[in-house]
Write a protein that binds this ligand. Structure first.
Ligand code: ZN
Length: 136
């Protein structure tokens, strides 16, 4: 699978609304956040590849997933070129919003300098923004 833009990728938000469930739409297209500890991948250890649930682009390898105990799946590295970063000043904080580089859907936030791992980054990602493709 390449990261070429598929021809059937929705263009308008109305098209996205039809394709996604209401809960997926609220997070992926309206930058919502699923409640902590409720996502299906919080504690998942299954080896595999995490793809964007909206467009299928490859985002994270399970090799970079770690236990941050923050309530959301956490990774210390994204696959090269998979992420678009946006400055987010909502809720009185300066954060880095993380979006899918291919379809611009919201995934979560990136935090730096917390020293959870040697890479010193935490991608805090909504489970509902991803689909795990288990390794063979
Ligand atoms: Zn995507």
């Amino acid at each position: 699978m390449t990261n070429e833009l598929p021809v059937d990728l929705p263009v308008t938000e109305d098209e996205w609304r039809v394709r996604l469930t209401p809960a997926e739409f609220r997070v992926l297209r309206q930058a919502g956040t699923e409640p902590a500890w409720t996502g299906e991948y919080v504690d998942t250890k299954t080896p595999g590849l995490y793809r964007c649930r909206a467009c299928g682009a490859e985002l994270f390898s399970s090799d970079t997933k770690f236990d941050s105990h923050c309530g959301w799946p956490s990774f210390d590295e994204a696959l090269p070129g998979s992420i678009r970063y946006i400055e987010d000043r909502s809720h009185g904080m300066l954060r880095t919003e993380v979006r899918c580089a291919r379809c611009d859907s919201h995934l979560g936030h990136r935090f730096d300098g917390e020293r959870f791992t040697a890479k010193n980054a935490r991608y805090c990602i909504n489970s509902i923004s991803m689909t795990l493709e288990p390794a063979e």
